[in-house]
Structures are given as C-alpha cells and as structure tokens.
Design a binder for this molecule. Structure first.
Ligand code: CAA
Length: 259
C-alpha cells in the first residue's frame, strides 16, 4: 500500500498524499512514495499535467513528520532535509506542469511541497505557514529559498520568523496561491486548469516550463539566450508547423500531435 496514490483523469495525473490520520504529514515513507509517484507520472506519456493534493477533508500536508524528526541528531536532521529537498526538486523539475490543489493545512513541509509545484490553487479552508521556528528548527524542505522567491524577502521573513499561520485569502493576496475556491469546487477548478494546459502543444508547454525554471536562476542575458535556444528547438516540431500553417491559412487546427 502506497501512501501516495496516482489516479488518471484523461491526460491529467492526480497524486494524492494519503496519510489522513497524521494529516498527511511527510515521513520517510511518504517522501519515498512521492518520489516514486513522480517517477511514474514522468514515465507515463499519456499524462500531460499533474495535480498534487491531500487526502481527507482537513489537510493538504501538515508538514514533515514531527514524531519521526524529534530524536534526530545533527547528521540525521541534515540527511532528512536532503531527502525532502531531493523529492521536492524532483517535483519542481518534472518535465510536466504540476498544480497544487491545496485542500487544507499547508504547513511547514506542506507549504514547501505546494511551493515546489508550478501553480497553486487553494480551498477556502486552506491554511498556510512555516511553523518551524516554533519547533526549534528552520524550514527544511526549501522554504527559506522558495518562499522569498514567491512572495518577496520581507513577507517571507515575516512568515518564517513569526511562524504565523495565514488563511487562504491572505495567501492569495500575497501571491502564494493564484486562486481560492469553495472546498467542493477545488478539484474541478484544478482539473479545468490542468485541461487548459493539456489542450496546448505539449512540447512547447514543457520547453516553456523548463525555460522558466532554469532561467530564473540565471542573469538576464544568459536567461534570454536560453529562451532563444528553447524557442528555436520548437521549430523542429510538427505542432509548430501545423499551428502556424493553420493560422496563416485561416484554418482551424484540430488538436496537436505533441511532437
Ligand atoms: N507530524 C506528525 N504528526 C502530525 C503532524 C506532523 N507535522 N501534524 C499533525 N499530526 C498528527 C497529530 O499528531 C495527530 O495525531 P494523533 O491523532 O495520533 O494524535 C493527528 O495528526 C491530528 O492532528 P491534531 O489532533 O493536532 O489536529 P488539529 O486539528 O487539532 O490540529 C494542526 C491541526 C494545527 C495542523 C496541528 O496538527 C499541527 O500543528 N500540526 C503540526 C504542524 C507543523 O508544525 N508542521 C511543521 C512541521 S516541521 C516541518 O515541516 C519541517 C520542514 O520544513 C521539513
């Protein structure tokens, strides 16, 4: 039995962190299962977009597992941090776009998992925060790095240094999530967004994601040079020829070949 399930809905792969008794807290087993589930999504050519969500009514992911961490020594803590970061980098660098459908608590490692995804949607019930300094630790699965990149340094400082929890509307206001929906609409809205992406030319979608993910770490001149490279590579695809010929000939293109 895996603690992360993968279900398919058309071209969308839905990954559910399924450990509701512990509010989907990330222990070593969940991290291992999440890594394996991401590999399965990558290997499945029929999946174009992934959605990550949490099982149960209450929680997306309530953080790294505190019971597992509590007796770690320095080396154990660092190793756990590296393990989580490896999996979250794998999520972030997935060739396919990943949407977080945040259905409840997204605390500590939960907020960090959401931030590894490309787009975040939240239920009105969702709550966000990095409570680590209240537990005597720093955020350990990328929070000190991704939060300031998403919401800015001062807001990340405030959230991390006070350990405070914020509601979904505040998360939207500061740009941590893109949209907030009533709980019962969240998954439909996530599927709607995923299908809007799945309807595009997938080579171009993946080249665009790769370019954003890699370019953000570069200086502007190197980043736009990288963009030119990925832009150029798109001209080797049938989709580019088909779509541009259809436009020029005023014809309607009937879907993409994704090659
Ligand atoms: N680790 C382990 N178990 C957890 C957990 C966590 N992060 N969060 C919740 N649980 C467990 C609880 O221990 C409880 O288990 P039992 O039923 O066996 O007692 C069960 O989930 C339900 O939790 P609560 O009874 O506490 O539920 P609640 O509704 O009263 O409170 C909550 C919900 C506010 C989310 C509360 O559970 C909580 O504060 N959880 C911890 C949140 C947190 O601090 N997360 C950060 C962890 S550190 C981290 O993530 C480091 C990093 O960056 C890698």
């Amino acid at each position: 039995m895996s603690t992360v399930t993968l279900e398919k809905n058309g071209h969308i792969g839905i990954l559910t962190i399924d450990r509701p008794k512990a509010l989907n807290a990330l222990n070593s087993e969940v991290l291992k299962d999440l890594g394996a589930a991401v590999d399965a999504v990558e290997a499945d050519e029929d999946i174009y977009v992934a959605i990550i969500t949490g099982a149960g009514e209450k929680s997306f992911v309530a953080g790294a597992d505190i019971a597992e961490m509590k007796d770690y020594d320095v080396a154990g803590g660092e190793a756990f941090g590296l393990r989580g970061n490896d999996v979250f980098l794998k999520v972030e660098n997935m060739t396919k776009p990943v949407i977080a459908a945040i259905n409840g608590f997204a605390l500590g490692g939960g907020n960090e998992l959401a931030m590894s995804c490309d787009i975040r949607l939240a239920s009105e019930k969702a709550k966000f925060g990095q409570p680590e300094v209240g537990l005597g630790i720093t955020p350990g699965f990328g929070g000190t790095q991704r939060l300031p990149r998403i919401v800015g340094v001062a807001k990340a400082m405030e959230l991390i240094l006070t350990a405070k929890t914020i509601k979904a509307d505040e998360a939207a206001r500061i740009g941590l999530v893109s949209y907030v929906y009533p709980a019962e609409e969240l998954m439909d809205k996530a599927l709607e967004l995923a299908n809007a992406i799945a309807a595009q030319a997938q080579v171009a979608v993946r080249q665009s994601k790769k370019c954003i993910r890699q370019g953000i770490h570069l200086d502007m001149a190197s980043a736009v040079a990288l963009e030119a490279k990925y832009f150029g590579e798109c001209f080797a695809t049938e989709d580019q020829k088909d779509a541009m010929n259809a436009f020029v000939n005023k014809e309607k293109l009937n879907g993409f070949k994704n090659k």
